[in-house]
Design a protein around this ligand. Sequence first.
Ligand code: 5RP
Length: 238
Amino acid sequence: MEKKAESLERAKRAAGYQAADMIEDGMVVGLGTGSTVYFTIERLSERVRDGLTITGIPTSFQTAVRARAANIPLTTLDENPVIDIAVDGADEVDPKLRLIKGRGAAHLREKCVAAAAKRFLVVVDEKKLVEQLGAAPVPVEVLPFAVMPVLAQLRRLGCEPVIREGVKKDGPVITDNGNFVVDCTFPAIAHPERLEEALDGIPGVIGSGLFCGLVARTTVIVGSAKKVNILSSADIIA
Ligand code: 5RP
């Protein structure tokens, strides 16, 4: 058991560090949220100590805390509406590099930051690679005012929606934006783009954890205990 946890950590570190080594001097870098991208922040911290000059845009309160502790200067999308690169984790990656994100409830800001980036590096361990998206629930950020009609509409799309509950907090998780997260389990996701569009079209849904629109700029860095593989849209077989 201990061995498995260690090799998973090694895989995440390998992917996270590889992404950090692809960051160039002077870049504005989107900093994602989650255990894999925190290895990127760890390595960036070493590189900043050795003279790398970058500024980061955090995708969550938690990442801002980590980045400050790592001495990475921070900026905002207001100051930098277009950024050089974003690095983030994912919960599932399919063969066309479409993603499910949002286990950490940060997917709304993560999508805004990734969409503002010229390049999007996704750091994962190999267990995140799937043939078809949908074993993980699709998290949807929802305006609390509209949660009941949104749940009804989500059921009509064919999923089992569950409002995410806090740990050590009674009641729903509240995102960094003050909203709820509804986790939607679909029997299968045959057409991720169509589903993302349908979810985005529900009044009261602010954003889903399906990331289908960024494939052309996406590079997926897959860590395993022994090596790192790099997948980009050029590798996709139509
Ligand atoms: C947070 C996310 C994370 O990036 C995603 O859940 C992957 O996290 P980890 O690297 O810890 O597996 O989307 O909202």
